[in-house]
Write a protein that binds this ligand. Structure first.
Ligand SMILES: [Zn+2]
Ligand SMILES: [Zn+2]
Length: 375
């Protein structure tokens, strides 16, 4: 089993330098479709298309008007296509109904068709730490185990994002603040990383796409169960047990049931004459769903099945791709385990390992046995 800590080698220094010195550009708050925000900043500067302003306990009101920003600052009205707000520590954005978030670094704001486009540019490691904290909410309290758990999540997030840095290549940002990249809510604490620069790499020296999920339900799989042709020799497969006990057994998502009927499923998947539903399994988890209709079979890949069900029934209806189906007259019952795709790190399992005395290296070694930890 290859797993050792390598502290700095020439071949890997690219990733190290990239992680230490680079900034991250994140498209934020896009899901709210905002056309108006208020920004407050204690100190810093603001740059419009034509002018620069010093910020001193500033309150800036920004409205989108077609493709132009209408800005109000210190009693003045300014029109500009772009605006950059740079602060010495952070700026707060007030939006929607009493919502507030704090962002480090710079805010670059534009608008199109009456909608604000907001980019947060900040230190890569501040972003990684904040995303790791946001992705761990409610999972582990601020106990002595917290730092070790966040370290694990930071290393997964850093590796995953370095492996996936070109997902928004056609845009002016590298990452979004949604789970497509990493859930990010700006600063949730002081933003300081616990794991500066550490990443997991594969046998070719490339950052590992460290998938993670809430609860595996006792069975971990490799990526190709969920994403066809996506191989990954670095991932743990099979049980997530130690001494015969499933590590995520205490998770509230460890087992679940869901119920629907043929009529609703037919509406949701636009089927006619549905009379049974079945599943094809790969490594113990569902990889495809088969709808048996009067006209023949319709096969749907599991990611599509889960996203269509999520939109129609709610995202917690089919919680994972680890379930069994029972056809019962006109009803369909799903008996499931876990929350998420079961690939990579199981967050509840990792938290349990740490509570039982494991450190972050032990946890990463357990879930990514084919990877190497490096700086
Ligand atoms: Zn994204
Ligand atoms: Zn698990």
């Amino acid at each position: 089993m290859i797993f050792k800590i390598v502290f700095f080698t020439a071949i890997l220094s690219f990733y190290s330098i990239a992680a230490h010195t680079r900034t991250a550009r994140i498209n934020i708050l896009s899901k709210y479709d905002l056309n108006s925000i208020v920004i407050t900043a204690d100190s810093g500067s603001m740059k419009s298309d034509e002018e620069s302003f010093i910020l001193d306990r500033a309150r800036i009101i920004i409205n989108a008007d077609k493709d132009t920003l209408n800005i109000r600052h210190q009693g003045r009205f300014i029109n500009s296509k772009n605006i950059t707000i740079s602060t010495h520590n952070s700026a707060a954005i007030y939006f929607g109904k009493n919502l507030k978030r704090k962002y480090p670094g710079d805010l670059i704001i534009q608008c199109r068709n009456d909608k604000l486009i907001i980019i947060n540019s900040c230190e890569f490691d501040t972003y990684i730490h904040s995303a790791a904290v946001a992705e761990s909410k409610g999972l582990i309290d601020k106990s002595p185990y917290y730092t070790e758990f966040i370290k694990v999540m930071e290393i997964c997030a850093r590796s995953y994002l370095l492996a996936n840095g070109d997902r928004h290549i056609e845009k002016e940002w590298e990452f979004c603040d949604l789970t497509h990249c990493m859930h990010y809510e700006g600063l949730l604490d002081d933003g300081k990383t616990f794991s500066a620069g550490e990443i997991l790499i594969d046998s070719n020296g490339k950052p590992v796409e460290c998938f993670f999920h809430s609860t595996c339900g006792g069975l971990l799989t490799k990526p190709d169960v969920f994403w066809e042709n996506h191989t990954g020799e670095t991932f743990r497969e099979g049980n997530d047990s130690i001494n015969g006990r499933s590590l995520c057994g205490k998770s509230p998502h460890y087992s679940w049931t869901a119920k629907t009927d043929y009529r609703k499923l037919s509406d949701v998947f636009r089927l006619q004459g549905l009379n049974a539903i079945d599943a094809i399994y790969k490594s113990g988890r569902v990889s495809k769903i088969i709808f048996k209709t009067e006209k023949g079979q319709v096969t749907v890949d599991i990611p599509r099945f889960m996203s269509v069900c999520g939109r129609a029934y709610g995202w917690n209806f089919i919680k994972s791709n680890y379930f069994f189906i029972k056809n019962d007259n006109d009803s369909v019952l799903f008996f499931g385990k876990g929350l998420g795709h079961g690939v990579g790190l199981c967050q509840y399992g990792a938290a349990e390992m740490i509570r039982n005395g494991a450190n972050y290296v032990d946890v990463l070694k357990f879930y990514f046995p084919g990877a190497e930890l490096t700086k």
